[in-house]
Design a protein around this ligand. Structure first.
Ligand SMILES: *[C@@H]1O[C@H](CO)[C@@H](O)[C@H](O)[C@H]1NC(C)=O
Ligand SMILES: *[C@@H]1O[C@H](CO)[C@@H](O)[C@H](O)[C@H]1NC(C)=O
Ligand SMILES: *[C@@H]1O[C@H](CO)[C@@H](O)[C@H](O)[C@H]1NC(C)=O
Ligand SMILES: [Cu+2]
Length: 714
């Protein structure tokens, strides 16, 4: 399997040099995998290590939400091959995934029950039309077939992108343009960029804008753009529609200092050396992966699976009640639903860069195998993905997700009594968490997405950004050459290189089910109060007032630092003793809001970023915040459109949507590769547990950690 999928994943991300990079990581990968297995007497004792291709061939589903297996994907393909409407020509398959059973059926299903009927949801593209099909694996029938009338197109396949990248070379004018800039054609690497939607001129056909770079002298071709050259390609006809060449006179930035590979560095960093560091678990990890996709750890259990579009899907997350030990429902389904990455340069070669990475490239499709010891700690286990290619055949993406326990030296709770009280007391508990991680490499950018589970019931969703800037070539080599008043749309990050300002937004779909699915969304508004004359030496304080959201518009939330609220999802009918409804709150971390005009075309298409929080009633058709068909869409199927229906959301099955945002004004340190920047948000229990659920944890002692003694110096 791997042998066939490898060329595919390379061609997907373009070109020659990148193949070198990935080949390297594959080789590294195998070596370290061996190394881990060699030391397996301590680790991984009764755990199943990384699945291998043999396991995948024999794999069978155990849980209603388990992704389609290799066998099942092959079955779907053969059903489609003999399906009448496709008999004259087989469509290209843009998505072939499990069609999840109805939520109520999944909720009622228990381990040991007969597996629910297996259905596949297929998005196919044929002769300019998008087809949505449901295939019943049991009966071997296509049970639904709809032709889409939406404005947008499905996620690009790797074949679409591969074809688009080859097309410019069929035009002699392209070759001439490149040669006229003094660049050898053999040094040219191109990338496929979605064109967005900017008016009727671009409708009725699938377009990709191709831009090119020089790989001469570097693996980091992104830093050597052939500026101003954009080739508009009709993806289906494989024809050049237009060659835009406006960068005349802009030199190719130099290759010097752009390579970031260890082998290419000519001196060690200027710092004191760091000794080897690792997280050891002498008794092995304390989580289990049951039947491939069910994770059990400490007081948590959840279903975890790879998804070609979302990346990672967490389902049926349940936490044990601290008093009874009973598993209680927290979240039915959580995943990154869509991204929006608009660049802030209105110039010809840049205005359209307003990416929706999940709906255009596939956040999971771009997730590459993880590098053990560097992407994930040594105590990690890995999960592979089985995806379908454009021809409907399955392939395995090895080690796409890692799962590990993290001890980062943090404290989960503590108290020490000061000497003045005369009471001798010092109690502290280390914080150990469980992380499920994947990294999507969407072209130049790498998005690290962590779902982190804590024993105190908190779930932290963390996104870290690294990889390369998308840069613009310029004639300027130093800021002293730039006339005042010039808007560079970014920062000169190296000679002839501008890092263009942009945003990153990631919108999460969080189908919270606190204890059951009848939940409400409550704004706990902090309101300043003034004291009555003579009441108190104090003039003011604030109190917390609860407002239950009745309809969707009550839950369209923009954050305000000086008019703050907490945002709770509660189960109004569950209170466990004190009368406070059991709930979880969404706790924002660093965030950013879009500054674009609401009627700017990219903002209309990505209107799901108009608010930081939305709440919608559960609707299984409303999963993708930017619409099911996001490529070139006009924005008629976004979360913002759904929410405008203003449906009731009180004491209903509701879905919370949270958008995490970053403004990115590049700086010199982002060159040639960016140090990670991180932001996160939390889902934190509020009045869900009767009391601190981890008071009962035992402290660490030296005998628990035979490998590492405690040292305190004074
Ligand atoms: C353009 O250059 C490429 C690479 O040298 C070559 O394969 C291709 O045939 C050329 N295209 C045309 C139309 O001459
Ligand atoms: C949720 O509310 C609906 C309508 O009020 C009710 O029919 C249903 O029984 C409730 N479900 C639960 C699990 O309480
Ligand atoms: C469910 O979502 C689809 C797509 O937005 C919509 O057409 C349909 O009306 C929705 N159903 C309800 C009950 O809101
Ligand atoms: Cu950025």
């Amino acid at each position: 399997m791997e042998a066939t999928s490898f060329p595919r994943l390379c061609s997907f991300l373009v070109a020659g040099l990148i193949i070198l990079v990935f080949t390297r990581s594959f080789i590294n990968f195998d070596k370290s995998d061996l190394r881990i297995k060699g030391a397996s007497n301590l680790f991984l004792n009764n755990q199943k290590q990384t699945l291998n291709s043999h396991d995948h061939e024999a794999q069978i589903p155990h849980h209603p939400l388990d992704p389609l297996t290799i066998k099942e994907i092959n079955t779907v393909r053969s059903i489609l091959l003999s399906y009448k409407p496709f008999s004259s020509s087989f469509p290209s398959i843009h998505s072939l995934v499990l069609e999840e059973p109805a939520k109520s059926d999944v909720v009622n299903w228990k381990k040991g029950d007969k597996l629910l009927p297996r259905l596949a949801s297929v998005i196919a593209f044929l002769k300019g039309r998008s087809h949505q099909l449901t295939v019943d694996l049991g009966s071997g029938m296509v049970t639904r077939h709809e032709i889409s009338h939406a404005s947008g197109y499905p996620v690009y396949t790797s074949e679409d992108m591969d074809g688009a990248l080859k097309t410019p070379f069929t035009e002699i004018e392209f070759n001439r343009t490149v040669l006229a800039r003094g660049i050898a054609l053999s040094d040219v690497t191109c990338i496929p960029l979605p064109s967005g939607w900017f008016g009727p001129k671009e409708e009725g056909r699938r377009l990709i804008k191709v831009q090119c770079f020089s790989t001469e002298g570097t693996c980091n071709f992104y830093m050597r753009p052939i500026e101003g050259l954009t080739i508009v390609v009709d993806v289906d006809r494989k024809k050049v529609v237009e060659i835009v060449n406006v960068g005349y006179g802009i030199p190719l930035p130099k290759a010097k200092n752009t390579d970031f590979r260890h082998s290419d560095q000519n001196k060690p960093p200027e710092m004191l050396p760091i000794n080897p560091i690792s997280m050891e678990q002498p008794k092995g990890p304390s989580f289990h992966i049951e039947n491939d996709y069910m994770i059990k750890w400490a007081n948590w259990e959840f279903h975890l699976k790879p998804d070609p579009r979302a990346g990672v899907i967490i389902s049926q997350a349940k936490v044990q009640d601290s008093e009874t030990g009973k598993y209680r429902r927290v979240m039915y389904k959580g995943f990154s639903s869509e991204l929006f990455v608009p660049y802030m340069d209105p110039a010809e070669g840049w205005y359209f860069k307003t990416y929706m990475d999940a709906g255009e490239y596939g956040f999971g499709l771009t997730a590459m195998p993880l590098d053990p010891l560097n992407d994930c700690p040594s105590n990690s286990q890995y999960m592979d993905a089985v995806f379908a290619a454009a021809d409907g055949k399955p392939y395995v993406r090895k080690n796409m997700i890692c799962i590990f326990e993290r001890y980062a030296g943090d404290i989960s709770w503590r108290h020490a009594e000061s000497q003045i009280t005369g009471i001798k007391l010092r109690e502290a508990r280390p914080k150990v968490t469980l992380v499920a991680r994947m990294v999507a490499s969407v072209g130049n950018y790498d998005y690290i997405v962590d779902w982190e589970f804590q024993m105190d019931g908190l779930i932290r969703i963390k996104v870290a950004l690294t990889g390369m800037l998308m840069v613009k070539g310029t004639a300027y080599e130093n800021m002293n050459e730039v006339p005042e008043q010039t808007d560079m749309h970014g920062t000169l990050v190296s000679e002839n290189v501008i890092g263009i300002i942009h945003d990153h937004f990631i919108t999460f779909h969080l189908d919270m089910d606190i204890d059951n699915s009848n939940n409400s969304f409550v704004k706990v508004h902090m309101e300043k109060q003034e004291t009555r004359p003579g009441e108190s030496p104090r003039k003011s304080y604030f109190s917390a007032k609860r407002h239950v959201a009745k309809t969707e518009k009550d839950a369209q939330i923009k954050f305000k630092l000086y008019d703050p609220s907490e945002f709770h999802v509660v189960n109004p009918s569950k209170d466990y003793s004190l009368g406070n409804p059991a709930g979880y709150k969404v706790v924002a971390g660093g965030n950013a809001a879009s500054l674009l005009d609401l009627d700017d075309p990219p903002q209309v298409r990505s209107a799901f970023t108009n608010n930081q929080i939305w709440v919608t009633p559960y609707n299984r058709s409303e999963q993708w915040a930017g619409g099911l068909f996001a490529c070139q869409s006009k924005g008629e199927d976004t979360l913002a459109v759904w929410s405008e229906r203003n449906r009731p959301i009180e004491n209903q099955d509701i879905v919370l949507w949270y958008t995490l945002g970053f403004h990115h004004i590049p700086c010199q340190e982002d060159f040639p590769i960016m140090p990670t920047v991180v932001s996160s948000f939390d889902l934190k229990p509020v009045n869900f547990f009767q009391r601190n659920p981890i008071v009962g944890l035992a402290p660490n002692t030296e005998k628990d950690l035979p490998v590492c003694g405690a040292v305190a110096s004074s």
